[in-house]
Design a protein around this ligand. Sequence first.
Ligand SMILES: [Zn+2]
Length: 397
Amino acid sequence: MAETQPQRAPRRQTRPKMPKLRARRTLLAALLLFVGCGRSCGNDEDPMASLKLRDWRPKTTATLRRTPIDKPAFEVIDFHTHLRNIKEPARLVAKMDRIGIKMIVDLDGGVTSLKANLARYDRAFPGRFASFAVIDFENNIDAADWSDRTARALDDAFRQGARGLKIHKSLGLYIRYKSGKLMPVDDPKLDAAWRICAKHRRPVVIHTADPAAFFEPFDKHNERWHELLEEPDWIYSGKKLYSREQLFAQRNRLLERHPDTTFVAAHLSDNAEDLPTLAKWLDRFPNLYVDLSARLNELGRQPYSARRFLLKYQDRLLFGTDFLAFDKDRYRVYFRVLETADEYIDTRLANGIQGIWRTHGFYLPKAVLKKIYRDNALKLLGDDQSPHPATSQPTQR
Ligand SMILES: [Zn+2]
């Protein structure tokens, strides 16, 4: 029917006076064509035929156990947060009590805002917040004295009370000299700053690179397509940047060169896609720790390997979320993944869409949870009496 219809049309035009019976047959044929084509011919007006991948929200039909976790097994130190949007710290503290959060590490301590943040959080609520300093990369990195100025500013920040240093992923990905050259992660200009961190025994939370998919071509094979569609700035493929491998190599040279400085590689060192390699790095560099923030999805799609990894490296892992807004249900996603054997957990509530697969729980033993939730963080923040994890040197305060 569909093939004969177009051939008949011109004939119809040359014969204006079509017999009535034939006209009715033609009308019927056209009607049948319209009805039959609806779903199979890609008609844009059919909502199912034209459903976009970005709008697809499948609901699982599997009967799944949902273990409610009201409070975590132990008080938690969240080692990776951003408090830049918090208006009332006292309300946040009340919320932390309800959720089961003992302390929050704020990586947004800032440069000029550090003093105010230390007063607003660390001193106003002792034991509940740890503000981290940042380095001022806007302050003419080309200048010959930038390195010394930066080290002095950091020394001052630690004396004021900053509990650590945060390095954003911009180091390696965005920060450039006037010549246009990117500042590499292991730039010698930063050596003095790493030494100040070692001197004060302050950990460095360092974010290097990004998920593997962000460096892959943005095409139909990209596993983080949904997310990159919303965040096109994170598509690094085709741009004049260091490769992901080069960034990791730079970061590793840094770890090797500064064995007395403790580094916490954010987001499972942004390499949870490749746990065997991450394990090798942890074996090789005793001064390397990783936080779990915003990477439940990567761990939870390889639940057997991930659980073995979490058990083996239980002394080197820190609980973290990367939250900017704090509520119980978002934290509960983390608690459920770490504590229960629930399967096929939707983690979007915690950190948004990060791939469209689901996550399986790790049912970690209590002793391991205690380390990841709290004890490892206390060790790095210098709030316990055990020896420094990265060096046997006596404490320098
Ligand atoms: Zn972050």
